[in-house]
Design a protein around this ligand. Structure first.
Ligand SMILES: Nc1ncnc2c1ncn2[C@@H]1O[C@H](COP(=O)(O)OP(=O)(O)OP(=O)(O)O)[C@@H](O)[C@H]1O
Ligand SMILES: O=C(O)[C@@H](O)C(=O)CO
Length: 425
């Protein structure tokens, strides 16, 4: 297998978002969990998205895991490696976007790295280096209250410069609008001044197509699904990849019971849970009891098991920003996040033992904990539930044939859970 594109994603939902985008753009794509074991049978593909859980871990560890993934991808022929980050640039001044970018750049000897989290389909646009989430700048969006990495600065040139060893420049929208040659010239100019990374403005998909044409001739890029779209379209339009059917993971129905788990506290997820309450049974975990009393997981399982035969259930730990802040003040941010993730993984493991074969998980960190616990090595991409969220068919899972959906916190419409359940048969 010679890869046309190698991708490293810093969380599992982000990886499935990117795998979805690449698939829809015509690349045969597989998502792996971590660097695949030698004995994992992968189909013939154009792109592999290696999913890491490296967004919120210690920067040194994120660097080491990303470098191992890069080595594996380059070893399979990937001339270009894309580091997939969140479209809301989730990170802190300690990383991990800057440190990982610096390390991958050093490894591949890239003079200047193209960086853009723009993903217009989900309302993420970048103008003059400032990231907008829908109509508002990042620092006024709900991301300012994210439980793990509150985003309080919209200017990505500044944000990335605080995390990276290199200076960061800007390729502005007027330059992008003038086309690929203008972008190349601007990048050469910045690189000539010793600047090692550039935030690139992009507002429409056509901007990302321009960026993709330029990026495809580089060894490394950093961004969200939008730059993935640009790269995929460039690979197809230049004949490096022959466009394939839009999905390879449809397959047969798996049946079995269905369950939803929500650990995301985003506004979108909170609204989706509220809407789900009118169609399926919903249990809200008591986060304090998760942290202080092991009985909360058993209580959830005792509630869920008898209901599974009747239809899908949803179990949520999600709370409002005020409640999250209060819990974190009592227990510490990382301890609270970790304990709730592990509780969700415990619940998922037991539900699968009880026959659940269709599982929907909301939240990137939550999805990471759940998928790791289930020991699923990879996924094929099926139908699209919402922008950035495909149905995934597990490859090589111990539990056998399973469908999952890993929803990024902010993605999906108000009826997301019903929409997903409708497509996962
Ligand atoms: N009630 C709660 N109070 C505090 N923290 C919580 C609560 N419920 C969940 N958490 C933690 O908040 C974090 C949510 O992160 P997660 O990545 O799962 O969702 P997200 O950030 O909305 O999604 P994404 O990363 O895909 O945008 C997890 O660490 C989770 O354990
Ligand atoms: O890019 C995004 O917004 C998502 O794929 C994601 O990474 C959220 O965790």
């Amino acid at each position: 297998m010679t890869l046309a594109l190698g991708c490293i994603a810093d969380d599992y939902t982000g990886a499935s978002d990117l795998a979805n985008t690449l698939t829809r753009a015509g690349l045969r794509t597989v998502q792996t969990i971590g660097v695949p074991a030698d004995d994992l049978e992968l189909p013939e593909v154009d792109a592999v998205v290696v999913s890491l859980k490296s967004r919120s871990i210690e920067a040194g560890l994120a660097v080491a895991r990303s470098r191992a993934a890069e080595k594996w991808l380059r070893g399979r022929g990937a001339g270009h490696v894309m580091f997939k980050i969140c479209s809301t640039f989730d990170s802190t001044d300690a990383g991990n976007i800057g440190p990982v970018m610096d390390a991958l750049r050093a490894d591949c000897g890239e003079a200047i790295v193209l960086v853009t989290p723009a993903f217009p389909e989900t309302g993420r646009t970048v103008y003059q280096g400032n990231l907008f989430v829908g109509a508002v700048p990042l620092n006024e969006s709900p991301l300012k209250d994210h439980p793990l990495n509150p985003m309080r600065d919209s200017n990505l040139v500044r944000v990335l410069a605080r995390q990276s060893k290199t200076q960061v420049g800007l390729v502005d929208l007027p330059t992008v609008t003038r086309g690929a040659e203008a972008v190349r010239a601007r990048l050469a100019d910045l690189a000539g001044k010793g600047i090692g990374a550039a935030i690139i403005d992009a507002v429409f998909d056509r901007d990302l197509e321009t960026v993709g044409l330029v990026a495809a001739r580089h060894r490394l890029s950093v961004g969200a699904s939008g730059i993935g779209l640009g790269l995929a379209r460039a690979l197809v339009s230049t004949g490096k990849v022959r466009s394939a059917a839009a999905s390879n993971g449809q397959g047969t129905a798996v049946g079995g019971a269905a369950a939803c788990l929500a650990g995301s506290c985003s506004q979108a997820t909170l609204q989706q849970i509220a809407r789900a309450e009118s169609v399926i049974p919903v249990l809200r975990l008591d986060p304090d009891r998760v942290l202080t009393d092991n009985g909360e997981v058993e209580r959830a399982l005792a509630w869920a098991r008898p209901r599974l035969a009747e239809g899908p259930v949803l179990i949520a730990s999600s709370s409002t920003p005020d409640q999250v802040a209060a819990l974190q003040a009592r227990h510490g941010r990382d301890a609270a996040g970790h304990a709730i993730e592990q509780a969700m993984a415990d619940i998922a493991e037991s539900l699968v033992k009880s026959g659940v074969r269709r599982l929907i998980v909301a939240g990137g960190e939550t999805s990471g904990a759940v998928v790791d616990r289930l020991g699923i090595p990879g996924f094929l991409v099926g139908a699209e539930i919402a922008a950035g969220v495909p149905v995934l068919r597990a490859v090589g899972a111990d539990a056998g044939d399973m469908l999952l959906a890993l929803k990024s916190g902010n993605f999906g419409g108000p009826e997301f859970f019903a929409d997903a359940l409708g497509l996962m048969r």
